[in-house]
Ligand binder design. Structure first.
Ligand code: SAH
Length: 248
């Protein structure tokens, strides 16, 4: 059980698999006013940077669940590197339907809301692990600018304009689910560059090392087209943010 190999090739060197920079992740951790010992669940935890740095900086404890064997292993190594391996644990597996045995203070899913089917389903799933008065964290794209055509949305690697909302509508949608939005931290275009452009050097180095791989042609094509695609579409049209929610 694992994610498609193309992602572990293009994002093997990423610590954060979304348009947040380390600074944004730190801003979010501070914004949430986390207490030492607070319990955090992270579904789709990737390489574990959120849990590991928040354990180091705020003394939280936590569990991350991720379908990528490589990212889960990188998360464990990062926990050791930061000296927090006794406070965070990383489970390799499918997070769909995952509910914590012991309820948590913060339940998060950053950039993987397909785990619960959609945003609403993921909020519902996270809420099942949460103490009363706990915080749900959702990391999700929104339209910075509404795409003028479906082709532009597809240029952002969305299926359709209807995949995402503009920011005011996304914020209002959480209200319709019965939640107060109590904090948010938004990525910016420089953060998108860190997420997207970091893949390019990784792809180039991987191609140099793996010229005969069955995915070499696909990676070569991606490396050739991604910089211009990113500049024309994702960078201009797509926003991304993490939204902190508390049930009304
Ligand atoms: N939250 C992390 C990773 C976001 S990328 C970060 O912000 O850095 C999306 C992650 O979801 C990847 O790590 C991928 O391996 C994971 N993923 C995809 N499908 C999943 C599933 N069904 N269950 C658990 N993790 C999943």
């Amino acid at each position: 059980m694992d994610i498609p190999r193309i992602f572990t090739i293009t994002e093997s060197a990423h610590r954060i698999h979304n348009p947040f920079t380390p600074e944004k992740l730190a801003t979010l951790g501070a914004a949430l006013r986390l207490a030492a010992g607070a319990r955090v669940l992270d579904l789709g935890s990737g390489s574990g940077e959120m849990l590991c740095t928040w354990a180091r900086d705020h003394g939280v404890t936590g569990t991350g669940v991720d379908l990528s064997r490589l990212f889960s292993e990188q998360a464990r190594l990062r926990a050791e590197e930061l000296g927090v391996a006794d406070r965070v644990r990383f489970v390799h597996g499918d997070a769909a339907g995952y509910v914590a045995e012991e309820k948590v203070d913060v339940a998060a899913c950053l950039g993987a809301t397909w785990i619960g089917g959609d945003v609403a389903g993921t909020v519902e799933l996270l809420a099942r692990s949460l103490v009363a008065g706990g915080i749900v964290l959702v990391g999700e794209p929104y339209w910075r600018q509404l795409p003028p055509t479906e082709e532009v949305a597809q240029g952002c690697l969305a299926h359709a304009i209807s995949d995402f909302l503009v920011l005011p509508d996304l914020l209002a949608s959480f209200g319709h689910l019965g939640y107060d939005v109590v904090e948010m931290v938004l990525a910016d275009q420089d953060g998108w560059d860190r997420y997207e452009a970091a893949k390019w050097l990784t792809m180039r180095r991987w191609l140099d090392a793996n010229p005969g791989d069955e995915l070499a042609e696909e990676v070569r094509a991606k490396l050739a087209s991604e910089p211009a695609r990113h500049a024309a579409y994702t960078r201009e049209y797509l926003g991304w943010g993490v939204f902190a929610l508390m049930a009304r």
